[in-house]
Design a protein around this ligand. Sequence first.
Ligand code: URP
Ligand code: ZN
Ligand code: ZN
Length: 459
Amino acid sequence: MQTLIKNGHIVTATDDYVADILINDEIIVAIGKNLKVDADKVIDAAGKLVMPGGIDPHVHLDMPFMGTFSSDSYETGTRAALFGGTTSVIDFILQKQGNSLQSALDEWNGRANGTAYGDYSFHMAVTDFNDSTRVEIKNMVDAGITSFKAFMAYKGALMLDDKQLVGLLEEVKKQGGLVNVHATNGEMIDYLIAKHRGEGKLEPLYHYLSQPEVTEAEASGRFVDLANYTGCPGYIVHLTCEGALNAVRERTQKNQKVFVETCIQYLLLDASLYEQNFDGAKWVMSPPLREKKDQETLWAGINQNLVQVVATDHCPFFWEQKLMGKDDFSKIPNGHPAIENRYELLFSEGVAKGRITPNKFVEVISTNAAKIFGMFPKKGTIAVGSDADIVIFDPNESHTISAKTHHMNVDYSGYEGWQVNGKVKTVLLRGQVAIDNDECLIPKGYGQFIKRNKVKEII
Ligand code: URP
Ligand code: ZN
Ligand code: ZN
């Protein structure tokens, strides 16, 4: 099966030109002007941008968390991602404390196999690092799971102490992987939560006030120092604020490299949303939304190459689930839905408003994640030999985000009523037209597991 995309304005992380793209089955086989081919299918992309499919390396699908499960499954979550231009996701497997990594992998394979629409891979969250877990790290790397998550918070459920964290960093370094980290000071947060609850301060606002900037700045700096000591490549997930980014910035003066991810919500939303009584629960997530000055720092950090990835931390819960915490903020399931909105929101708020260039957009929405997590150049670019994961995008069509029209399995939107400039029109995943004009054209189960390579520091 040959598909020809004609006359599109191709944008990659480095280039920007008008050409045709020829796809043979799943792979891009030629790029050039006026390709003369008698293809089975021809797509006219004149006047449109043709960009790599988005890669969201931070999602939580069907995840057991805080006494419930995140509400998007592999089926609904990867399908919604495709509607929004994201063709690949990396989800987090959670080891159960006391159990093996392999048993957690089996459980997640059971969720994903045969149900995903989009391509997916896994990070392995190590929540109990001990002698038997250490041995399993190599098995995971051999299976193509080359990144390992450490939580420095959520004590008693997910958190590693510093002793375990250093052990994990050493072993992952030895096996050629990378450690990504939820970098907040769990002990200090638990102290503040208990203090606020003891004072009868139970509204969502106190979720925010229990995780001040210093909890993230301190842990981010500590993580970078420990990663540096062990020589292990590190990646800070969902970094939100000036203090944390400055902790990373300072350490780059020692010629130290650590990758930084922020998420779309931290660029666009701020903590004033917590001031509206329980409605603020929609944005209860960890770390919480921050201040306007932090948004400015993050946009600048993207342009300074200090922030390499914009993800979502997609972790949706129905309103009914959020109500679990109506009398106590510490029981509100943490997380918000965004997997479908990231690509268009970042284009609209970033490129259309002149904050980032189209090349930078592609870099942080797709290419850098592919490079950092061992998928490049199969994923993350438009080049001969790459998977044909392609978004055909109309930069001039605007629309409004609403829970009434989104495809995520959740009954509200964190961005209800937001007007976005630019729209995903057609999405190809490995050469198949997956989305066209708001219709999904591939079957459930089309999505494949992406076996990732060992980590090379190539950006
Ligand atoms: O609030 C969040 N971020 N929920 C998902 C779990 C995590 O910490 O990433
Ligand atoms: Zn986290
Ligand atoms: Zn997360």
